[in-house]
Design a protein. Structure first.
Length: 413
């Protein structure tokens, strides 16, 4: 893999031998936006030249370009991290105004033409200004020919790792590109300790040394495509959407059932502070989104590509390492349904991870079952951590255990 970074020198951009001074009529405060645009555009031009070259003269490695964001955010805060391909640019744009803190994005150029698609997007002055504060990582794979080209197998966990490794704050929340945080999440997480002349400070609960191995779970919900109203603005609004059939829990069994989202919706837990969190026990095939400390949270297993077990493996590793899971009330992620689409390699991302993973796919020409969460990873982790690795290991005083306790009757909605 070949990688390089953008840089700045006293307001003059010098990367790749190209110098840019402040154009006539451009305000000094707009300079950073210009530099972000031009540095990334130069990198994308080089990537396109590489992919257009004859195969024997073209790129022999993956290319990775890293732009270090210019935003200045408190070190003790949460970075929103994500990954996607260029077909998610517009969808992620909706999330940007909802998160006034640090953002780290990894973008994958699935096809040779994607470099120019991203270039045209960032040429827009408004888009360039949106991205100027981000940590931005752009990955162009080596484009191959043949029946199963590797570049069409989306390296989802590798991209997650790149987005997380660019984080400079103490904590990060890693989401998928088509999810959005609720509008009040950032202020809720950072509301404690605000004072005159100071910006928001991260809630002390996250910085407690006894919570270094705690994953702070954010409940997630889905909004049907048929819904045309305003996105949910807070938990009260979300309850109304559930009552009207305009919100639902994706995979309410294994995938997100252990989060206890119906309990999260209970007004009994809406206390306006972090004290309203509740502990849940790990369960097999759980796929939560969570806030993790940057210095203790493990990376994702980069062998997982496309969709299928990619988030499950990480939650299982946390459980194996003895992490606790606490669900935050008053904050949530939401996903607005979209028409079905397929990964470039032909796999359907709308299938739940464990369902797709259970399909017995044959590796062309090898006659053996493809490595997956159930065929390979599960056996590996049992060998390392023992046969009971999928049992909750650090669940101390859970308020909700989905396989043992029914909470349907406590007036959740």
């Amino acid at each position: 893999m070949v990688s390089w970074e953008g840089s700045k020198d006293h307001g003059v951009y010098t990367k790749l031998g190209v110098h840019h001074i402040l154009p006539e009529g451009v305000a000094r405060e707009d300079l950073s936006s210009i530099m972000v645009q031009e540095s990334i555009l130069i990198a994308l031009d080089q990537m396109k030249q590489c992919s257009d070259a004859p195969e024997d003269e073209g790129c022999q490695d993956d290319l990775t370009y890293i732009w270090r964001g210019e935003g200045r955010f408190p070190k003790e805060s949460v970075t929103l991290a994500t990954q996607f391909s260029v077909n998610r640019l517009e969808r992620f744009e909706r999330s940007i105004p909802l998160w006034p803190g640090a953002i780290s994005v990894a973008i994958y150029l699935t096809q040779p033409e994607d470099a120019m698609i991203l270039r045209r997007y960032l040429e827009d002055p408004v888009k360039g200004k949106l991205y100027r504060a981000f940590h931005l990582t752009i990955v162009q794979p080596r484009y191959e020919s043949g029946p199963r080209p590797k570049h069409l197998s989306y390296p989802i966990n590798h991209l997650r790792n790149l987005a997380v490794q660019a984080v400079t704050t103490t904590h990060h929340l890693l989401i998928d590109g088509d999810f959005s945080p609720d509008p009040g999440m950032y202020s809720f997480l950072h509301s404690q300790g605000m004072g005159k002349g100071r910006g928001p400070t991260l809630d002390p609960s996250f910085l407690d040394p006894t919570e270094r191995n705690t994953a702070w779970v954010i409940p997630c919900v889905a909004i049907p495509l048929s819904y045309t109203g305003a996105p949910p603005g807070n938990v009260t609004h979300l309850r109304e959407l559930f009552r009207g059939g305009n919100a639902y829990i994706t995979d309410p069994r294994a995938g997100h059932g252990p989060t206890g989202t119906r309990l999260f919706l209970s007004p009994l837990l809406t206390m306006g502070s972090m004290r309203g969190t509740y502990e849940v026990c790990y369960e097999s095939q759980w796929e939560p989104y969570y806030i993790l400390p940057r210095d203790t949270g493990p990376l994702w297993d980069a062998r997982f590509r496309d969709q299928g077990g990619d988030k499950q493996e990480h939650a299982l590793v946390l459980n194996a390492l003895g992490w606790r899971f606490r669900v935050l009330h008053d904050s949530f992620l939401y996903h607005i349904d979209h028409p079905q689409w397929r990964w470039p390699g032909g796999k359907d991302p709308n299938l739940e991870g464990h369902d797709q993973d259970e399909e017995k796919r044959e590796v062309e020409g090898e006659g053996k079952e493809e490595w997956s969460y159930f065929n390979g990873f599960s056996q590996e982790i049992r060998r390392v951590f023992g046969e009971t690795v999928k049992w909750p290991r650090a669940c101390s005083q859970p308020l909700y255990v989905s396989s043992q306790v029914s909470v349907e009757g406590i007036g959740l909605l």
